[in-house]
Design a protein around this ligand. Sequence first.
Ligand code: FCB
Length: 441
Amino acid sequence: MKFRRADFPSDFLFGTATSSYQIEGHAQGGAGPTHWDSFAATPGNVVGADNGDIACDHLNRWEEDLDLIRDAGFDVYRFSTSWARVLPEGTGTPNAEGLDFYDRLVDGILERGIKPAATLYHWELPQALADRGGWRNRDIGDWFAEFTEVVMGRIGDRVWSAAPINEPFCVGWLSHFLGAHAPGMRDIRATARAMHHILLAHGRSIEVMRGLGMQNLGAVCNFEYVIPADASPAAQKAATLYDGYYNRFFVSGLFNGSYPADVLVGLEPHLPKGWQDDFDTIRAPIDWIGINYYTRKLIGPVDGPWPGHGEVPGTLPKTQVGWEIYPDGLYAFIKRVHEAYARDIPIYITENGMAWDDKVARDGTVSDPRRIAYIEDHLERVKRAADEGLPVKGYFVWSLMDNFEWALGYGPRFGLVHVDYKTLKRTPKASYHALKDALKR
Ligand code: FCB
């Protein structure tokens, strides 16, 4: 790596991230069915008809995985808790085995000298709640508050930080408008309601955690740098609107207590009655904001109903999943989120990383020079932001290990550690070793 730990401020934290459904193995340990299981069981939704039944078998191999995190020299580990593993029916009776698992996991993280950063929801909605309308149903505020109480009642005394919901954009728009993720809907009314209820549930969850006396609570949003596909005013307008529902909607709600006017043009007719009255809950003060950043998009107009735009292929080098590599976008979002929304609170880069079709060589090594360069280039922008005095306090690589990449199945490999899905053997890649060297104290 072109950097050393000492190049960053002394309180800057390095971490890595995973999520429950992507690594644990959801067919095990008494977890209830989730909407991702149903989505994956429907032909055509997931590449290779893959699912999260076994995934990386982290449920049984978590100690080995935590050792890898410790040995790399990471300060923080960002993991998530599966709602359906803790409450198989979504509400009601907890699965003791599930709660015990997260309890041991948190202790295991602490025993290794690492800070546990918990995310309550990283997308595996219990099927029982999906059957009741899932994110479209306002009651999800109560359901999520109950889940928060149960999980954090158990581990909240030991986690270093907590965030309710990973990437509201993906839970809302990607899953209900584009239909790309569970529950695979393509419906503007469902989308508007889901987007609002996500923020309502976030606020309720923050209230519950404050009530438990927890500190260091945040929100994790994903951002995509947008540029107009060409110089026309129509392309400019298209890009601005995309930026609106992707990059502005959720942070506007969280920090400003309002939704952007250009996005309301399309969504307001579909928002639930009385949505304006929920901002006191949604704006519950948070202690930090997480930025997940991967890529940029070129957007231009297309014929058809609102939002009337679409993606145009870009020309920059791309990762295995076709995402353009654009590190400047990360710097731009740190500055923008700080100036326009989060103001004085710390910013963490809670996800950044890239997929490549990494292979284990005969000698047992995994060469991934592109990932090393990707991390170096993005960290360079983070460092620039920190040097300029912007309050960016940490950086998490997505991901510790290769895992179930949602609708793309097990093909894309985002890990610092290679996983052989037949034997479940973990093999640290060159990027893992390079980071380990850079993070040495
Ligand atoms: C993010 C998700 C994470 C993973 C990466 C590649 O949007 O939070 O689970 O899929 O993308």
